[in-house]
Design a protein around this ligand. Structure first.
Ligand code: PHE
Length: 436
């Protein structure tokens, strides 16, 4: 059977960016920034994106495109004689299943807020959480059921720009929001919190959190880019696609930060306590519904925001779902549909755990973002930098026929992949282990 392919470079870009941009930018980034001290965290985050995550992104897509198989078997395909290394590929099947289990709960929460944005107030409680999460998981499953190209591509193209515009409008409004009665801080203080770094608050934990956020937000180390890489056309330039995706994802996150953090400073009496006391993973859901009623046409903005957020979350969750489905159907030689049903059932069980016992969301999230995904990324750069034949790597990098011009660039990339990314991740891990 011929492998499915993305229709065009633009199509591939949109779908991969669709996986990257999601709840990670709008739900996770703002509360991570808030809980980890603001601007200094953002700077470390940007540094990690450029010097660790970008090389990893290229590496994962490169392995995926070269291997042209599912995430689990990619290593085996690109380095057939390194059997032990190949076994590690199983990580790329387990991680997205685990991510999906709590992602669906937050996605479900988004759906409930969407309905509430019409002005109704809905009942709350674990069974309701479960219900919304199941609806989100069902939507995800239904899209994957439809196949890569038809299902996913069509979906992403329209909604991404829409969400971007809505979040930007909210951010502009929020940054000029007048302070509520009883508050001593202003939206401007929130902007300063986001952009004026205070390095005295940085600890080893800040680095791990920034690394985890970067991996989560770019969908790295999860098998997504290995699998999507296998659908990317050989004529596409991987380096160019990667930095375009990483940059859009970063801009999205920062704009989301501008839409949330200044609002906390303008509306809450003790904003720093709200931000740090939390690991309040519901920050965006708690604060924006207070902002919308103050905005001109706010009710409408609220409805559009939550609708677009559901879609952004779906383009990410389908990428998580796609990985184990693609693996299972190739491995067990069963139809895509059968494998969709099986993966759905597994996720349903894990998801229910998160819906009924909220603390599992944080536990799964910390395991995935801070450890499993960076380990997955580490394996990919080790694969490209140390395990694969250099000739194969260069061949993939130059497959758009313009390699000569990019030669220096490829040398820099190779250096980042072999040394900087590997050392960077290890240092953050080791610092973390010895901190305790
Ligand atoms: N990158 C996605 C987001 O920011 C989350 C994600 C994680 C997607 C892992 C795929 C795999 O929301």
């Amino acid at each position: 059977m011929e492998r499915e392919k993305f229709g065009s470079r633009f199509g591939a870009l949109v779908v991969i960016a669709g996986s990257a941009v999601g709840l990670g930018n709008i739900w996770r980034f703002p509360y991570m920034v808030g809980a980890n001290g603001g601007a200094a965290f953002i700077l470390i985050y940007i540094f990690f994106c450029a010097f660790i995550c970008l090389p990893i992104m290229v590496s994962e897509m490169l392995i995926g495109r070269r291997a042209k198989t599912n995430a689990r078997h990619s290593f085996k395909a690109v380095a057939p004689d390194k059997k032990r290394f190949a076994h590690l590929g199983i990580l790329y099947i387990l991680t997205p299943i685990l991510v999906l289990s709590y992602y669906c709960v937050i996605g479900g929460m988004t759906i409930s807020y969407f309905f509430e944005s019409f002005g109704t107030s809905l009942p709350k409680g674990p069974w309701w959480t479960e219900l919304w999460s199941v609806i989100f998981l069902l939507l995800t499953g239904a899209i994957v059921f439809g196949g890569v190209r038809k299902g996913i591509e069509r979906f992403s193209k329209v909604m991404m720009p829409a969400l971007f515009i809505i979040v930007a409008i909210i951010a502009i409004y929020v940054m000029t929001l007048p302070s509520a009665e009883g508050t001593t801080t202003t939206a401007r203080d929130g902007v300063a919190f986001l952009f004026k770094p205070d390095f005295s608050k940085v600890t080893g934990k800040t680095f791990l959190a920034a690394l985890g956020q970067a991996f989560f937000s770019l969908s790295l180390g999860s098998g997504v880019l290995l699998t999507y890489g296998s659908y990317v056309n050989r004529k596409d330039n991987l380096i160019k696609s990667s930095w375009q995706i990483a940059l859009s994802d970063l801009i999205f996150a920062i704009i989301a930060g501008c839409a949330v953090i200044p609002a906390v400073f303008a509306l809450k009496a003790d904003p720093v306590a709200v931000l740090t006391a939390n690991t309040d993973s519901a920050l965006v859901f708690n604060i924006l519904p207070d902002v919308f009623p103050k905005m001109p046409l706010g009710a409408l903005v609220g409805v559009f925001f939550f609708f677009a957020l559901i879609l952004a979350a779906l383009t990410s969750s389908i990428s998580q779902f796609e990985i184990p489905v693609a693996y299972l159907s190739e491995r067990a030689k069963i139809s895509r549909k059968a494998s969709t049903v099986i993966i759905f059932s597994v996720c349903l069980v894990l998801m229910s755990l998160c819906a009924f016992r909220g603390q599992f969301i944080n536990i799964f999230d910390a395991i995935c973002a801070n450890w499993l995904m960076p380990i997955g990324g580490l394996l990919a750069v080790i694969g490209v930098g140390w395990v694969m034949k250099k000739q194969d790597v260069l061949d993939e990098l130059g497959s758009d026929g313009r390699y000569k011009r990019g030669k220096k660039f490829a040398a820099v990339l190779f250096f980042l992949v072999r040394y900087v990314a590997v050392a960077g991740i290890l240092i953050v891990f080791i610092a973390q282990i010895f901190n305790k």
